[in-house]
Design a protein around this ligand. Structure first.
Ligand SMILES: Nc1ncnc2c1ncn2[C@@H]1O[C@H](COP(=O)(O)OP(=O)(O)OP(=O)(O)O)[C@@H](O)[C@H]1O
Ligand SMILES: [Mg+2]
Length: 282
């Protein structure tokens, strides 16, 4: 990985160590297939939230997903992550149909996500919240855990070490023991990303991660996203901060009232008259 791509112009020593820790902790399994939505439709009662939308998220790319409020961005993310089932069409990974695979199974396969409004366990510490992300890979069964066998303690220790590394890497090392409800908004957003990374995901789906962040915090988010991409993770970036999306994405898909209106490079999408008309403005 090229460290220069994830660091500011004159990185402080602490920043370098953090970037390296995040990169090494984020390396996914070496599969190379895509996570794909093929000709997806989703209806809620009589409402068509998505109609015939396709999107292919490749490993090691940032794919921006933009569009006006209510255009179906979160719905598509919920379908890819298994929170919803499509009304028609298919969701595939490595060309294999995911069908009714649950959220838990998708997590084990390597699909992680964050939420438009952060969903943390407020009474638990930052470290415990991050460790929760690692559970899909925990090997200890119910009985081993119930009887407190040594293997469980060893596994928990390994998960704790990994979650601690991730938290340091993402810039939350100084608040590791703090209760999650005492974090500020940006810290909660970064903790959600750390929790997702604890799963060792191949794909990370981010729902408006820059929402409510300051310019400086968005820069940090950009560093984090580029680190994930360089580590081979496919990142879906749902976002209204279009400057940020066009700057950081390899490809961009635009939705409007549940339909795909343009897909292409940032330059192609930014210049598209229909995208300008329905979303970007003159
Ligand atoms: N669980 C649901 N039940 C009923 N309707 C829903 C549900 N989820 C989404 N919708 C509807 O589907 C449409 C698309 O919503 P969605 O949340 O995907 O939009 P979005 O592009 O994420 O918008 P925003 O930018 O405001 O987050 C909207 O009309 C919304 O009201
Ligand atoms: Mg949304």
């Amino acid at each position: 990985m090229n460290r220069a791509t994830v660091m500011p112009a004159a990185p402080a020593q602490g920043d370098l160590a953090r970037g390296a820790a995040l990169a090494s902790a984020a390396v996914p399994a070496p599969q190379r297939g895509a996570l794909e939505a093929l000709d997806i439709s989703k209806q809620f009662g009589g409402l068509s939230a998505l109609a015939n939308v396709s999107l292919s998220l490749r490993p090691g790319e940032v794919h921006g997903l933009i569009g006006p409020n209510g255009s179906g961005k979160t719905t598509l993310l919920n379908l890819l992550s298994g929170y919803y089932q499509p009304s028609a069409g298919s969701i595939r990974i490595d060309d294999a149909e995911l069908g009714a695979a649950t959220v838990q199974r998708r997590a084990r396969i390597g699909v992680a996500r964050t939420f438009q409004k952060p969903r943390l366990l407020p009474g638990l510490s930052v470290l415990d919240n991050a460790m929760l992300g690692a559970w899909p890979h925990a090997r200890s069964g119910f009985l081993a855990t119930a009887f407190g066998l040594p293997s469980v303690a060893r596994e928990e220790k390994a998960l704790r070490v990994r979650a601690t590394e991730l938290l340091h890497g993402i810039g939350l090392g100084h608040v590791i023991g703090r209760r999650a409800n005492l974090l500020d908004h940006a810290q909660q957003r970064f903790l959600e990303i750390a929790r997702g990374l604890a799963m060792r995901p191949r794909f990370m789906l981010l729902d408006e991660p820059a929402g409510g962040l300051t310019g400086h915090e968005i820069e940090h988010l950009g560093d984090v996203i580029r680190t994930l991409r360089d580590a081979g993770i496919g990142v879906l970036l749902v976002e209204h901060h279009t400057d940020f999306v066009f700057r950081i994405s390899d490809r961009v898909t635009t939705l409007n009232v549940g339909k795909m209106i343009r897909h292409g490079t940032p330059d192609e999408v930014r210049a598209d008259p229909e995208v300008i008309r329905v979303y970007l403005g003159a």
